[in-house]
Write a protein that binds this ligand. Structure first.
Ligand code: SDX
Length: 392
């Protein structure tokens, strides 16, 4: 992991890419952002600090971090006309669909396509994206609830603003405390980047055509929405609630997950790369215990999740296939304890993943990588002659 890496010369067109941002080892369950272990970052840093590290490559000094936060604050006001767009959605619209649309619409109000050669312009686009995305992400919740839209408070921190933007009603203070803010901060750090996952690869390939940063992030939001990817955190809670309704029998759920004729999968289990424990899942499981204890929440769903995990970890079907809990298995339990509706869970994943998407887009553009063009293996017909209509 520390030695020089040899790159297949064909990498430029092979659909794979080289990157200096995130290292993960699926067999060993290792995840590092710019060389720093996720366990240390989750324990010692805050989300904006880690965002700076992921995007610019180094841990910021105190002055750099303050400057970054102040520069983001310059762009937290979202154009009022964006409200006409959100007003056009029904309240029943899924927040991820609204978020993807609003993110793309930001291009209409910020038409300057990012000129990556100009560091000042690139930095401004990054701060603009970090500022405005958080606001419009919380607007999707306010829209769903029929509440008035809130504005970023430049006197408060980034993650505290998330709670305020979500829950502060004109009629009164918003619910928050330090444990909640710290737990969310940690969750956003744990979601911040993850190498070439489905949504990040989408951001890179859309950006490789030199589409703008907002358009590329919007595409990443759509990819993340899928239940096999970021949408899994919502699917986990819906699965656990169904298991609870069916009597809370973990073995019955495992039996269904193993039945090839049953489309039911154990959501939050398994991973394309981790064939060992997802290091993020371990940290989130511990945070779930802490947050629920602090809030005095005794959620039977957490107990069902733990029973499922314990049963699966000794079940040959899961052990043989190296299926372990992933980042999505416990995160929704914390969100639910904070009163966040399941439809919003993947939006929180997107808020956490934003710095990773930005960093990967920036790396791809600064490295002047060619337009993405994955190869295919053709398995269709050999050449054949046209058949006239009356002979078909
Ligand atoms: C994320 O890539 C990333 O880094 C993503 C992510 C990130 O940070 O960006 O980590 C975030 O997306 C996490 C994954 C969230 N998705 C889920 O929790 C959905 C449930 N998991 C599965 O759908 C599945 O495990 C995937 C999609 C995550 C991974 O699929 P793979 O690696 O393609 O595994 P597979 O489909 O080839 O399955 C291998 C075997 C199959 O059985 P056999 O055909 O060998 O008999 O394992 C079985 C599968 O049926 N299997 C499961 C299962 N996952 C795999 N069986 C039951 N329940 C499951 N969850």
């Amino acid at each position: 992991a520390t030695g020089a890496i040899t790159i297949d010369p064909g990498y430029k067109n092979s659909g794979s890419c080289k990157s200096e941002i995130t290292f993960l080892d699926g067999e060993e369950g290792i995840l590092r952002y710019r060389g720093y272990a996720i366990e240390e970052l989750a324990d010692k840093a805050d989300f904006l600090e880690v965002s700076y590290l992921i995007i610019f490559g180094e841990l910021p000094t105190k002055q750099q971090l303050e400057q970054f936060e102040n520069d983001i604050r310059k762009y937290t006001l979202v154009n009022e006309e964006m409200k006409n767009i959100i007003d056009g959605f029904p309240k029943t619209a899924h927040p991820m669909g609204v978020l993807s649309s609003l993110t793309s619409a930001l291009t209409a109000f910020n038409p300057k396509v990012v000129n990556v050669e100009n560091e000042k312009e690139m930095y401004e686009a990054i701060c603009k994206t970090m500022g405005k995305f958080l606001v419009i992400a919380t607007w999707t919740y306010r829209k769903m609830m029929g509440y008035p839209l809130n504005y970023y408070d430049n006197t408060k921190g980034y993650v505290e603003n998330f709670m305020r933007l979500m829950f502060e009603l004109p009629t009164g203070p918003y619910a928050t405390n330090k444990t909640v803010i710290n737990a969310l901060d940690k969750l956003f750090i744990l979601h911040a980047d993850h190498e070439q996952n489905c949504s990040t690869s989408t951001v890179r390939i859309v950006g490789s055509s030199h589409a703008g940063l907002f358009a590329s992030i919007s595409a990443g939001v759509s990819a993340l929405w899928g239940p096999l990817h970021g949408g899994a955190n919502q699917a986990v809670l819906e699965m656990l609630e169904q298991i609870q309704k069916d009597g809370g029998d973990a073995q019955k759920a495992l039996a269904r997950a193993k039945d090839k004729d049953d489309p039911f999968r154990l959501m939050g289990f398994g991973h394309r790369v981790y064939k060992n424990f997802d290091p993020r899942a371990k940290i989130i499981k511990k945070a779930a215990d802490e947050v629920l204890a602090e809030l005095g929440v005794n959620d039977p769903i957490l107990n069902i999740a733990k029973q499922l995990e314990e049963a699966a970890l000794v079940d040959p079907y899961f052990v043989d296939r190296k299926l372990y809990p992933n980042v999505d298995f416990y995160s929704g339990i914390i969100y639910r304890a904070l009163g966040i509706p399941t439809d919003m869970f993947t939006v929180l994943f997107a808020i956490g993943r934003l710095p990773g998407w930005i960093a990967q887009w920036k790396e791809m553009r600064v490295n002047k990588e060619p337009i993405g063009r994955p190869r295919q293996v053709y398995t269709g017909y050999p050449l054949r002659s046209f058949v006239e209509m009356d002979k078909r």
